[in-house]
Write a protein that binds this ligand. Structure first.
Ligand code: UDP
Length: 450
């Protein structure tokens, strides 16, 4: 606690989105701000709601979104529009009631902190003359690429031609066309999507789950672009004392299996909460893991392999080949896994949470980005920060070689050294006087100043 009476119980309403990669940093942020004396209401959709028993310190407000699942194949823009429309009135009613109750004069100074895709929250806050702040759960380095999309479409450079994929994009060094988000999206669809992103118009500030040392250049550009304070307070995973934030049940049994493995020998494989694969990709991954001869912990989310419930399509002979050397599970306690001394590498889709979690534990990565900011993150991990290997394609030989390069070869050891030094820097940024520590202090002051 910072011991400042002004902030005791000052109300914050956090509006979370139903995506795992967005919910996690929002819950972490809530925990951090609660520890600074704020009172936290966590507004969340019914779909993918967090477990209140993990956060007895929060008040939860359920918004009926009228969705029963996130359909990855559906039109994302339409999904977001409907989600925002369905939740808007309930939040507005709740906040109006709070203000009118007037029992607590502090209710007039509620600050709304919302996930960037829950843009309705900003509209509600603005209607009620409340202040709103956005939480961004992607990398900062992704945004300059995202903001350049209209220009690249107008110049006819997007959607990208195959022949251009390896070319560097002018003004976006070090990104290649293949690293750009939505690079094959037709212009009409991209225009709709970009218009939606513009719906977040007037936040008073932006909170970014990142560190100055890691993304200073992107943060500088974004400060110029948005002209509002940007508080870089990551890595939230290390700042917050937060229990599990998973929607799926974590299979904690894998930790005792890890206890039996040699130090830095295991490759941990997970493509996050949304990515899917087909049967061929599953097969190439499986045999690549088998042929690498390294122990592995492989998360295959139920439903993530098209046309199957779980791992029915695992190739014949695979289980016998890897018996005793590998575990396949539905969902891992990733934070614990990455901090385990047996884990030597993380084969990841490079979602921003996974990236920060790996960096925070000094674990080097194999990068297999799938969509959105992951391609930008992968480029930074492999080319700029040099703590990851880019997986050129998903073929058995390429996979086998990447795993061995990371876990056995000197190249991997050098990456591990760099990853460990990034872990140290991340840790120092949270210490008193460090950049994230100072940014959090500034955020607290900023929030109290109204
Ligand atoms: N995660 C987990 N267990 C798993 C796989 C993922 O707890 O088996 C967590 C991971 O720690 C991370 C989040 O799920 O916090 C995934 O977020 P990320 O931004 O990396 O990717 P997304 O799921 O949004 O694509």
């Amino acid at each position: 606690m910072m011991g400042d009476e002004r902030k005791r119980g000052k109300p914050l309403v956090l509006v979370a989105s139903p995506f795992q990669g967005h919910m996690t940093p929002m819950l972490q942020l809530g925990s951090v701000l609660h520890s600074k004396g704020f009172s936290i209401t966590l507004a969340h959709t019914k779909l993918n709601s967090p477990d209140p028993s993990n956060h007895p310190e929060f008040v939860f407000l359920t918004l009926s979104d009228n969705f029963s699942a996130i359909d990855a194949s559906a039109n994302y823009t339409k999904f977001l529009e409907a989600l925002n429309n369905n939740c808007k009135m309930q939040l507005q009613d709740h906040l109006t009631r709070k203000i009118e109750e007037g029992k607590d004069e502090m209710n007039h100074t509620i600050t709304v902190i919302h996930d960037n895709i829950m843009y309705f929250a900003e509209e509600v806050a603005s209607n009620l003359n409340l202040r709103s702040i956005v939480l961004r759960s992607c990398s900062a380095s992704y945004m300059p690429a995202f903001l350049a999309l209209p220009r690249l479409h107008a110049e006819g450079k997007l959607p990208v031609q195959d022949s251009m994929l390896q070319e560097l994009v002018p003004e976006l060094h070090p990104l290649r066309y293949k690293d750009l988000p939505f690079n094959d999206t037709p212009t009409e669809v991209a225009t709709e999507m970009l218009a939606l992103a513009e719906r977040v118009r007037t936040p008073s500030a932006i909170i970014w789950n990142t560190m100055e040392f890691l993304e200073h250049s992107a943060l500088t550009q974004l400060r110029q672009h948005y002209q509002v304070p940007i508080f870089a307070i990551g890595p939230l995973i290390k700042m917050a004392r937060c229990p599990s934030t998973s929607f799926l049940e974590e299979d904690t049994g894998c930790i005792s299996w890890l206890d039996k493995q040699a130090p830095r020998s295991v490759i941990y494989v997970s493509l996050g909460s949304l990515a899917t694969m087909d049967e061929t990709e599953l097969t190439e991954t499986a045999w690549g893991l088998a042929k690498s001869k390294q122990p592995f912990l492989w998360v295959v989310r139920p439903g993530s392999v098209s046309g199957s419930e779980w791992i029915e399509f695992l190739p014949e002979g695979f289980t016998e080949e890897v018996r005793g050397r590998g575990l396949v599970l539905k969902w891992a306690p990733q934070k614990q896994v990455l901090s385990h001394s047996a884990v030597g590498g993380f084969w990841s889709h490079c979602g921003w949470n996974s990236t920060l979690e790996s960096i925070s534990e000094g674990v080097p990565m194999i990068c297999q980005p799938v969509m959105g900011d992951q391609c930008v993150n992968s480029r930074y991990l492999s080319y700029v920060w040099r703590v990851g290997l880019e997986l050129e394609n998903l073929e058995i030989k390429v996979v086998e070689s990447a795993i061995r390069r990371l876990l056995v070869d000197e190249e991997g050891q050098e990456m591990r050294q760099r990853a460990i030094s990034m872990k140290e820097k991340a840790k120092y940024s949270l210490f008193k006087g460090g950049s994230s520590f100072n940014s959090l202090k500034d955020l607290v002051e900023f929030t109290l100043a109204r």
